[in-house]
Ligand binder design. Structure first.
Ligand code: 5AD
Length: 346
């Protein structure tokens, strides 16, 4: 059949045109299944039946930016702000370590409270406590000199979603003070310094067209990142986008599968946002080619203030049973959560 040949072609040449992308997003459900299966096979060929864990710590909700989609934007004046102490962060690291995470993601808003020294100190502390743990930072746009300091301190990976590769769309999602060029420069700098880098985008964000998504794919091809984070946009009630529609699980998993076909070696999480829009989000993500899960280690009292979007679901690890249930869900798909650094094979 035509569509099978087409998917095989994309898988082989690792290229697609914008009209092919359009067509892939409009395929009927049955045909999309074939797309998912192909993406999954491609991932299995590289990474096998393993699912890697990243323990996520949402260490601060202070942010100087005003992204229109995000609930911790500076303009959300009613939000109670926090910055976890290093001691408390270390308790979360220990919790993650016990659960088998060998990557810790330090995520936060672009906090004006934390200078480079504070980040360097934290990175060193985690590395000293657990030399076998990878520190991933996800703390936004900084100068190249700052990134170099973090790298020297022992951070090895950096997540910075580009959010959209289309300039007009970027301006629709961010205030004019934020520049797409700068964000892209940050990603190239990070890679040049030696970080394993992750970019990514929200699916279904206001104003996103298929053309925008195609530009995202082109940007990913140019950057050649080690990781790609893709989740649906979810409206947050305290933002200018409160009334907008959420992105769908269907479109999100199709884009994930396409990224997997085009970039067999990237690491790709089944995101919390995907699990939030669909109760089987993790399963659907893994079936579409994801190979990473990011359990949230942030303590519940703090986590509820990290309101990047509404009704955040996802894997938390407040009780041991929850991780066990997650392992079962993954086993049910024929995969295994592993205790491993989970380096990118890009
Ligand atoms: N819906 C979905 N994802 C969001 N993010 C921020 N706000 C939202 C939202 N409303 C994502 C951004 C950011 C990541 C940490 O969370 O892509 O890079």
């Amino acid at each position: 059949m035509d569509f099978i040949r087409e998917i095989e072609r994309i898988r082989t040449v690792r290229e697609l045109t914008q009209s092919e992308l359009e067509w892939m997003l409009e395929l009927g459900e049955d045909h999309a299944e074939y797309l998912y299966r192909a993406a999954r096979e491609v991932c299995d060929e590289v990474y096998g039946k393993k699912i890697y864990l990243r323990g996520l710590i949402e260490y601060t909700n202070y942010c100087k930016n005003n992204c229109f989609y995000c609930g911790i934007r500076a303009g959300h004046v009613g939000l109670s702000r926090y910055r976890m102490s290093d001691d408390r962060i270390m308790e979360c690291v220990e919790k993650g370590y016990r659960l088998g995470a060998r990557t810790i993601v330090i995520q936060g808003g672009e906090s004006p409270m934390d200078g480079d020294d504070a980040i360097v100190k934290l990175v060193k502390r985690i590395r000293e406590a657990h030399p076998d743990v990878v520190v991933t930072l996800c703390i936004g746009e900084k100068s190249r000199a700052s990134y170099e300091k973090y790298y020297e301190a022992g951070a090895e990976r950096y997540l910075l979603r580009h959010e959209t590769a289309n300039r007009e769309h970027y301006r629709h999602l961010h205030p004019s003070a934020m520049k797409l060029e700068h964000r892209m420069q940050c990603l190239f700098d990070l890679k040049d310094i030696g970080f394993q880098v992750g970019c990514g985008m929200m699916i279904g964000s206001p104003g996103q067209t298929i053309g925008c998504l195609y530009e995202d794919l082109m940007f990913i091809r140019e950057l050649q990142p080690h990781m790609v984070g893709i989740g649906p946009f979810i409206a947050q009630r305290d933002t200018p986008f409160s009334g907008e529609n959420n992105g769908t699980a269907d479109r999100t998993t199709r884009i994930m599968a396409i990224v997997r076909l085009l970039h067999p070696r990237v690491l790709m999480p089944a995101t919390t946002a995907l699990e939030t829009v669909d109760p089987n989000g993790y399963e659907k993500g893994i079936r579409a080619g994801a190979n990473v899960l990011m359990p949230d280690l942030t303590p519940p009292d703090v986590r509820k203030k990290y309101t990047i979007y509404d009704d955040k679901k996802g894997l938390t690890v407040d009780d041991e049973g929850e991780m066990e249930r997650m392992k079962q869900r993954v086993r049910g798909l024929g995969y295994e959560i592993v205790t491993d650094r989970g380096d990118s094979l890009v």
